[in-house]
Design a protein around this ligand. Sequence first.
Ligand SMILES: NC(=O)c1ccc[n+]([C@@H]2O[C@H](COP(=O)([O-])OP(=O)(O)OC[C@H]3O[C@@H](n4cnc5c(N)ncnc54)[C@H](OP(=O)(O)O)[C@@H]3O)[C@@H](O)[C@H]2O)c1
Length: 275
Amino acid sequence: MTTVPTLTLNDGRSIPQLGFGVFLVDPDETERIVSDALEAGYRHIDTAAIYRNEQGVGAAIAKSGIPRDELWITTKLWNDSHATAKAHAAIDASLEKLGLDYVDLYLTHWPTRRGDHVEAYLALEEIKAAGKARSIGVSNHTIGQLDEIIAAASSVPVINQIELHPAFAQRELRAYGAEHGIAIESWGPLGQGKYDLFGERAISSAAEAHGVSPAQVVIRWHLQSGLIVFPKSNSRERIAQNLDVFGFELTPDEMAAIDALDRGQRVGGDPLEVN
Ligand SMILES: NC(=O)c1ccc[n+]([C@@H]2O[C@H](COP(=O)([O-])OP(=O)(O)OC[C@H]3O[C@@H](n4cnc5c(N)ncnc54)[C@H](OP(=O)(O)O)[C@@H]3O)[C@@H](O)[C@H]2O)c1
């Protein structure tokens, strides 16, 4: 069984640095695909209410028989439920679908133009106090939004989950996170297959040098950069391949060459523009 390293969050809890994401995994296929991931050895699953597949994640967890304390399960609060009472109802609905008493991490998924990110985070603090989430954080938040949350809340979010891949390396948010103890999770870590990341010379030559796939090189770059990462795949073979990244190490020169691919190129929506 692969041993995945953990990172310690600002609340003292340890999160597996590599997991499995289920954005765009068909709800009807989710139980089978997450079962494949758990069987391959993943113990960290990243879902969200808006993915509409929490039920399949829960079914796979139940079927696996893996002890609850060996799993790290993240889900996210959607934009229509930022008001306090709605947030409480939303976590209850997510827990019921997941078949769990608590999630390991609950994130506000996306800041809205209503400017209710502080209210949403304060609701997460209540949900944590009620024992329904062990750790709480945010996703797609800007430095300004994080400043407002930190000023108003009694905790600092443990994580900001943001779009992050070699062409969009998010240096400012990473530096802010390092300064404030906010760990960074990379979503779209493989660029969602939306640009020819794997054809980049820095990546293909490192893949050749280590006898691994370009995807494995990119996942290694995230891990060696201190980021938390959960690539998604529907394929049993790629699910296994994406976890098999602990038998090689990128050299400082290879890391620098991949760092140099940053050109501020998003593949997803800008949180300041998309609601
Ligand atoms: N917070 C947010 O707003 C937000 C937004 C987006 C995503 N996320 C989270 O981040 C997770 C990961 O991001 P993502 O799913 O958007 O994109 P991603 O992991 O960057 O890319 C997934 C794509 O890469 C392909 N792929 C996976 N492994 C591969 C391999 N070894 N070789 C070649 N291609 C491979 C997949 O195809 P196959 O399936 O055919 O293998 C799929 O098309 C999500 O699942 C979700 O949990 C969060």
